[in-house]
Design a protein around this ligand. Sequence first.
Ligand code: F3S
Length: 65
Amino acid sequence: MRVSVDPDICQGHGVCRMSAPELFHLRDEDGQAYVTSEIVPAGLEESARLGAASCPERAITVWDD
Ligand code: F3S
């Protein structure tokens, strides 16, 4: 599974971070979310889906590769 955050859509709400802190991080500069790797580690698939579903801007995409 893969996950990405679209920086053009993210508004820094931070809900993804609260939902899945093991996957989503917030930049100090602007509060935007990012992932350290597009590849979702085994066992964190549900967290990735949860984070994506939690974003009010729908800035997070998850897909199976
Ligand atoms: Fe951005 Fe959505 Fe997270 S707006 S900070 S990706 S909840």
